[in-house]
Design a protein around this ligand. Structure first.
Ligand SMILES: [Zn+2]
Length: 249
């Protein structure tokens, strides 16, 4: 659904991205770094309220940069030769990283036609249909769309091998999670949760929801990274790193 809010956001994005390209051409110093593409950039372009959102070279968001940064520093480890289920695979740098390391790489979505990535499989998170199979599950900005989040978290738990991880990212606000009422209209959702198809808005208590499915959870926050790196790469966001216990079930 195209709304006025989206059009305004997209227009702002285009203007600042163009300005950065012009500044670079005029010789502005490229003293910032994008860990997603490895590029040196003069800055990051605005999107919505975030004045340093996107990489002008590859388009990577702050959360895509944070995941790449943590992988490069060993804070997150992509399992070599493992089976990886990558939902909503629209972050190109991670498609490449996961594919190059995985023994079995499964890019997937409920609607594969939305992604230009080769071999995207149709997977409905309400019914993943795998048991003790994957070594890594990745879903960024997916959980706020699924109809029954507690059920989906249990499905993810079942699909992972003991000891395997799920890296989950969701849009966050500074209040507790709010579950949208079933009869909420798309207009109400957009107004309250920022996008017409978000059925809930998460807060940091998302960690408790993940724990309730049986996982151990660690929060990896940009604000806990070295300040020099945060400003160099304009890192932002929080990764909920969920681990299925290795021994008990
Ligand atoms: Zn980049």
């Amino acid at each position: 659904m195209i709304t006025a809010q989206r059009v305004l956001k997209a227009a702002g994005k285009h203007v600042t991205r163009t300005a950065l390209t012009v500044r670079a051409k005029l010789g502005a110093q490229a003293n910032r770094h994008c860990p997603a593409c490895g590029g040196a950039v003069v800055g990051f372009f605005r999107y919505g309220d975030n004045s340093e959102w996107g990489c002008p070279l590859c388009g990577a968001s702050p959360r895509e940069r944070l995941v790449n940064y943590l992988i490069s520093r060993g804070g997150l480890v992509v399992p070599q030769g493992g089976a990886i289920l990558h939902m909503a695979p629209n972050e190109g740098s991670l498609v490449e990283k996961f594919r190059s390391k995985a023994g079995e790489y499964v890019p997937a979505d409920i609607d594969p036609s939305r992604y230009p990535v080769p071999g995207v499989r149709r997977v409905d998170l309400m019914n993943i249909g795998e048991r003790d199979h994957f070594d890594l599950f990745y879903a960024s900005h997916v959980m706020e769309h699924v109809p029954d989040a507690a059920h989906v978290l249990r499905q993810i738990y079942d699909a992972l091998k003991p000891g395997a991880e799920a890296w989950l990212l969701v849009p966050l606000w500074d209040k507790p999670t709010e579950e949208g009422a079933p009869g909420m209209t798309p207009q109400e959702r957009e107004k309250r949760y920022g996008q017409w198809d978000h059925v809930r808005q998460y807060g940091l208590d998302f960690a408790d929801h993940i724990r309730a499915a049986g996982f151990e959870v660690e929060l990896l926050r940009a604000e806990d990274c070295p300040p020099g790196d945060v400003s160099l790469m304009a890192l932002d966001d929080v990764i909920f790193c969920a681990r299925k216990p290795a021994s008990v079930r």
